[in-house]
Ligand binder design. Structure first.
Ligand SMILES: [Zn+2]
Length: 88
């Protein structure tokens, strides 16, 4: 795994541009669908648990963890095992 984000940039690849477009937004304005109960909620309206090193976003319908963001010494990790989709 590359330690430097610049090592991951694929110059001129159309797939890279799609990813850049997909992640150039305010994530709190998106809607998210729960993989467990299918509830769709505005991400910014959901409750967040955690602390300074991680944030857990939970489903308003069933309480399952939709998203987990962690701060590590090397950067940030975003896990979305509990979410089916983000809509933006
Ligand atoms: Zn749910």
């Amino acid at each position: 795994m590359a330690d430097n984000i610049a090592d991951l940039i694929l110059g001129g690849d159309p797939c890279t541009h799609l990813l850049q477009e997909a992640f150039a937004f305010d994530i709190t304005l998106t809607k998210i669908r729960c993989a467990v109960c299918d509830t769709v909620s505005g991400l910014g309206s959901l409750g967040v648990d955690g602390g300074p090193l991680q944030a857990l976003v939970k489903c308003a319908g069933c309480g399952s963890v939709l998203m987990r963001a962690r701060r590590t010494q090397k950067g940030y990790i975003l896990e979305m095992h509990g979410a089916r989709h983000l809509y933006f």
